[in-house]
Design a protein. Structure first.
Length: 213
């Protein structure tokens, strides 16, 4: 019997990777440069500070990481609030099933805490989650296991009895390194992601069966 179910957010609860890609491309143009989605795909699942630290060094950007993220995050939250985004198909039903069975639920996302909370507020689903952990709140973001281990700690669950739903290579590595079972969700909008390290791969959230966990 599992003790807790932990969700990644981007590309799992909200199909937001296109929004992130567009926001990052816009941010780079604001900084006077260009970057492609293909170049950004390797960063899916990583935190903003980690991503921009690498890009800043590679592109010799003069702005600080904090300055870059301030512009980027403001634009992304504005785009989210003005959008018609809805939860990924199957997410509301999965959350209801977990609630009905009394299984604690958490979020372990690489996104900034403000963006996570904005998504939950937009969808009206914050009450389902017993903990919300941003990768920016732990020592190391994904693919390190810190964010998942912190979520398990807050949920009072043994990591070996937690199940994770992830859509990125970095996230799956993080979950497996934390000692958790991991379901890989194949979301084509998340770019070219290697999900082979997952215990199971699904093409729809509706394929996730609590009875099979």
């Amino acid at each position: 019997m599992i003790q807790a179910f932990i969700f990644d957010m981007d590309g799992v609860i909200i199909d937001s990777e296109p929004l992130h890609f567009a926001g990052d491309i816009d941010t780079m143009r604001h900084l006077g440069g260009e970057i492609t989605q293909e170049e950004l795909e390797r960063f899916v699942g990583m935190t903003n500070p980690e991503m921009w630290k690498i890009i800043r060094a590679e592109r010799a950007l003069v702005q600080t990481v904090d300055e870059i993220i301030a512009y980027q995050l403001a634009g992304k939250i504005k785009a989210l609030e003005e959008s018609a985004y809805e939860p990924i198909d199957g997410i509301p039903e999965l959350l209801e099933e977990l609630k009905r069975r009394g299984i604690p639920v958490g979020i372990a996302s690489s996104s900034a805490k403000d963006f996570i909370l904005a998504v939950l507020a937009k969808f009206g689903i914050a009450s389902y989650f017993s903990c919300v952990v941003s990768g920016e709140e732990v020592d190391q973001g994904k693919p390190a296991p810190d964010v998942y281990l912190e979520a398990a700690r807050q949920l009072g669950a043994d990591p070996s009895r937690c199940v994770v739903l992830e859509d990125s290579r970095n996230g799956i590595i993080a979950a497996k390194t934390a000692g958790m079972a991991c379901i890989g969700y194949l979301n084509e909008n998340s770019g070219n992601q290697d999900l082979s390290a997952a215990d199971r791969i699904v093409r729809s959230v509706r394929e996730v069966s609590i009875d099979a966990l």
